[in-house]
Each structure stands twice: as C-alpha cells, then as structure tokens.
Design a protein around this ligand. Structure first.
Ligand code: HEM
Length: 501
C-alpha cells in the first residue's frame, strides 16, 4: 500500500522535486516554501559531534550468559546463577581516527559492552589490550592530541607521537603492544577484549575483592601484518565493520568467553606490582583466569545512527555489586564519559532508546532538560523527600566502606625500574621470534619517521626494558647502539635533556 509523503509535522507534500520559485527557468526561490526550508534545515543538522576519541566504530546486539557461579564475590544480579542471560550491546572501535577513517589502521581497538541488567545498565568500556599508555587522567588530553593532527597543517606527525611517548616512559608497555600485529587485527571478531583497569566486586555482606575482566575470542586471534593492514586501508576502509555485519547476517555469531582475575584486598597490599596501575598486568600464574560467562553477538542494528552512533557507554555506569578502584586513570574516566555525552548527545542521552535501561525502571525526580521525552515526570511531586508517593532509596544497596589514608597533593608518580619489568617479560616470555621480527619491523616503519633524537630517546626505553629489544630496534633504525645504551642509563629528566631539540 502506498503512503503519503509528508513533512516532519505530518503535512502531506504535493511536490518534492521542485522548489517554489518565481519562474519556470532561472528564477528566485521564495521564503514561503516552508517545505524546502524544513528539508534543508534538517539536513543541515544531520551530523552530531563525533566521539572525540573512538569515532570510527561498529556494533551489534547480543547476549551474555553466565557459565560459572561467582556470586559469592559479587551481588550483581545478572551474575547470580549459571545459565542466566542478559541482553547486551557492543561497540568496537579504533581510537585515534575520525569517523570516516580506515578500520585497519594501527591502533588499539575499543571494546565497549553495555549489559541491560534488571538492576540498571552496566557498562564495561575496555580495549583489546590489557594495559594503557598512561596512569593519570590529567595526561589523557595531551596523549590523545599526539595521536591526532598538527594544528599548522592538519597532518598526523611521527615526531609528536614519539616525542610524547618517549617523554612518558610509563607508556612503554602499551607502546610495545601497539606495534605488535595485535593492533592491526584481522577483524573485530578475531581479538580479545580486556577491562584493563581493576574494578571492585562486592557481595551482600559488604566483603569485596578486586577484579580484572578478560574476554577471549572464540574465533581465535587473527591479525593483519603491517603491510597487509596498509593495503586494507586502501582496498576496504570499512573492512572490520563489514566483517562484523556480514558474519551476523550470515548467522555466524561471534562469541567471547569471559573470565575474571580476582585479587583479595590483603593480596593487593602484597603484590609485587601496584594492582591499580593500569600500565601493568596481573600475571596469569599469580592470578589465573576464572571462567565467568560467554558473550554472543547475534543481531545487527537496524539503524546504525540510532543504535550505535548514539550509544553512550560510560565506565561510571555500575550496578550494585560492581564499583571502581583507586586506579587514577579510571577515576578520571568516571567523570569524562558522561560529561562528553552530555555535550555529544545532550543531557537526556539516557532517554535515547539504546541507552535506556531495558530491564529496570527509572524512578527519580530529575526533570526536563533539552529533548526530554520522559513521561514518568508528568506526575508531581518532583522532589524528594515527599509525602505523596513511595519512591525511596534502599540502604541495602550500600557499597562497602573502603578505608583510605589520605594526603591531598599533586602526587607525581616517579618512573621506577619496576615500570620496565613487564615490558622485558613481554619480549622474553610472550612474543615468539616471528612476533619480535614483526614488532621491530612495525616500529621501524613508524618510529623511523620521527627525528633521530626522538628515535634515540624512545629506543633507549626499549633497551632499558630488555637490551635485546633495544638493540634490535636500534639496528633496524640504523642508530648508534652505544648511544642508545648510554641514554638508557639516564634518569627520565637527564634523558630528556640529552635529547632535546
Ligand atoms: C583518563 C583516561 C580516559 C579518558 C578521559 C577517556 C575519554 C574518552 C571519551 C571522552 C570518549 C568518548 C565517549 C563518547 O563520546 O561516548 C571515550 C571513548 C572510549 N574510550 Fe576512553 N578515555 C580514557 C581512557 C580509556 C581507557 C583506559 C580505555 C580502555 C581501557 C578507554 C576505552 C574507550 C572506549 C572503548 C571508548 C569508545 C566507547 C564507545 O564505543 O562508544 N578509554 N574515551
């Protein structure tokens, strides 16, 4: 049955192929063509700000199923029993590029999960890498700027990228990971996902533990080499978006096994690495992976803009039983996501269908604001406490009290030898000979574009972590190995002084 074409107010349209003009051929257009004005004005506003990071992405709907009962550690209802299923939304992304950038670019991949639980929406916003470049939120805007474009010419720049990283040695672990083939994954389906941060789990008795999440791909790890990735950027800039979409359309539903590592508060005091430092992992032999569940992606969005572009994931969205940790980077993230979403999507972004709790009811006295659609606010009262309705807080949801000893200061965190140990171990124990060759080649292809003084400073960090690693990179870049070794022995301040412009 044919339908009438209408304006946005439902008024029938007589002619949608011609503007209202003063004559048949060249002529003036009249302001009273309100249909034309509405159509152009709406088009003029079709774009919303893209995400300041992670602008290019793809997503899908699915389900999370519990396979192992860990409810003694967390009161989160969606984790309460084996077999329990929760609807989820997932968005994968690259980090640095714009919304139209190529999926195959070397970059960490963002891995954002929204669990529509019966106690509200829980978001787990991680990456395909278990660690991060920095460990204090105040460094994040500077770090991101180095991945973007120079102001003067709007070009990416190897000098600014490596200048910042080499002056920020805590980035070494992730900088190494970034130049393995894991950061040019074959598709979003063929990579692991990690919380990277440490989070809090607590039970009804207010007992708590620290956890890290790991999502292991059931499709297996599959990567592109550096050269394959460069080719893919040109051949199909949307290759990973297309791969995810087609796999789900074909009924070939991707899956991830979900695990947690668990550390008690007592163990956290003793561990050889700071368990809340996001530049470090917890070794699996110290804290083995404990199965938790399985994720299956089984439904493509019907409208990409509505369901994926407008999706708002925030690390601050916790449900009872899960909380944050004293990770200084995470603490900053607890503010930044909701804040950017108020700007990107508006103060009522939680009312967009994909962001609304699907299995929990919202009941509070927040009202109005731009684009408000909330019908629950039609009834007064609009304040708490009141003596008309019966909406009230429930003290049984109180999280455990956590004791802290505080000295408020701008506590600068020094770079110490311990910051290099895990990078050396990664080179020696985790990477195969082929992985090492690829890593060195990938670094040469990128770091080779930076000024030599910056190459020296960065390669000294590789050397400090593991001489064999530093020597391999120095050779690939044609650097003086003696100089690299000397620089590796300096303090960060001395090294910066010895390599300044
Ligand atoms: C202080 C550190 C960080 C800050 C300030 C920050 C800030 C942001 C902002 C503003 C966005 C855009 C969100 C939106 O527009 O909806 C974003 C997206 C994202 N961030 Fe971060 N970020 C930080 C660290 C991290 C870390 C450590 C990870 C991973 C472990 C991460 C993973 C992601 C992901 C996956 C997205 C995309 C979410 C989506 O698909 O919508 N970020 N971040």
């Amino acid at each position: 049955m044919s339908e009438k074409l209408t304006t946005n107010k439902g008024i029938p349209i007589a002619n949608d192929q011609a503007s209202m003009t003063t004559g048949e051929n060249s002529s003036y257009t009249v302001l009273q063509d309100t249909q034309l004005i509405e159509k152009l004005a709406h088009f003029d506003r079709e774009r919303i700000p893209e995400r300041v990071v992670h602008a290019k992405g793809a997503g899908a709907h699915g389900v999370f199923e519990v396979t192992n009962d860990l409810s003694k550690y967390t009161r989160a209802k969606f984790l309460s029993e084996v077999g329990k299923k929760t609807e989820i939304l997932v968005r994968f992304s690259t980090v640095g590029g714009e919304k139209g950038s190529a999926d195959a670019k070397r970059d960490p991949r963002g891995t954002a999960f929204k669990f529509y639980t019966e106690e509200g929406n829980y978001d787990m916003v991680g990456n395909n890498i278990p660690i991060f470049f920095i460990r204090d939120a105040i460094k994040f805007p500077d770090f991101v700027h180095t991945q973007k474009r120079l102001s003067k010419n709007n070009l990416a720049d190897a000098d600014m990228f490596w200048d910042f990283l080499s002056l920020t040695p805590e980035s070494l672990h992730q900088a190494t990971f970034l130049f393995t083939d894991r950061c040019t994954p074959y598709s979003y389906r063929h990579m692991h996902c990690f919380s990277s941060h440490t989070y809090l789990w607590y039970n009804e008795n207010e007992e708590y533990v620290w956890v890290k999440y790991h999502f292991k791909t059931k499709q297996g790890i599959k990567n592109l080499t550096n050269d394959e990735a460069i080719t893919m950027c040109g051949v199909n800039p949307d290759h990973a978006t297309e791969d995810l979409y087609l796999a789900i359309e074909d009924g070939n539903y991707p899956q991830w096994d979900v695990y947690v590592q668990i550390m008690t508060p007592e163990e956290a005091l003793e561990y050889e690495f700071d368990p809340f430092d996001v530049t470090k992992v917890w070794y699996h032999e110290d804290y083995p992976l404990i199965p938790l569940g399985v994720i299956t992606l089984n439904r493509n969005p019907q409208n990409y803009f509505n369901e994926i572009e407008q999706a708002a994931f925030a690390p601050s969205n916790f449900v009872p039983g899960i909380g944050s940790s004293p990770d200084r980077l995470l603490q900053g993230r607890l503010f930044a996501y909701e804040d950017t979403q108020r700007h990107r999507l508006g103060p009522n972004h939680h009312q967009i269908p994909v962001n609304r709790p699907k299995n929990a009811k919202i009941a509070n006295y927040q009202r109005d604001g731009s684009m408000n659609m909330d019908e629950s606010g039609v009834n007064d009262p609009n304040y708490y406490p009141n003596s008309f309705d019966d909406i009230k807080p429930d003290i049984s949801f109180k999280p455990p009290a956590i004791e802290v000893q505080a000295v408020i200061d701008k506590h600068t965190r020094a770079i110490e030898d311990v910051d290099f140990i895990q990078v050396g171990e990664f080179w020696r124990r985790v990477l195969s000979d082929e992985d090492k060759q690829h890593l060195v080649y990938n670094l040469q292809q990128h770091l080779g574009n930076a000024s030599q003084r910056i190459q020296l400073r960065q390669t000294a960090l590789f050397y400090k972590a593991e001489p064999e690693y530093g020597i391999a990179v120095a050779k690939a870049l044609g650097l003086d190995i003696k100089k690299v070794e000397e620089l590796s022995k300096l303090s960060p301040e001395e090294r910066a002084e010895a390599t300044k412009a």
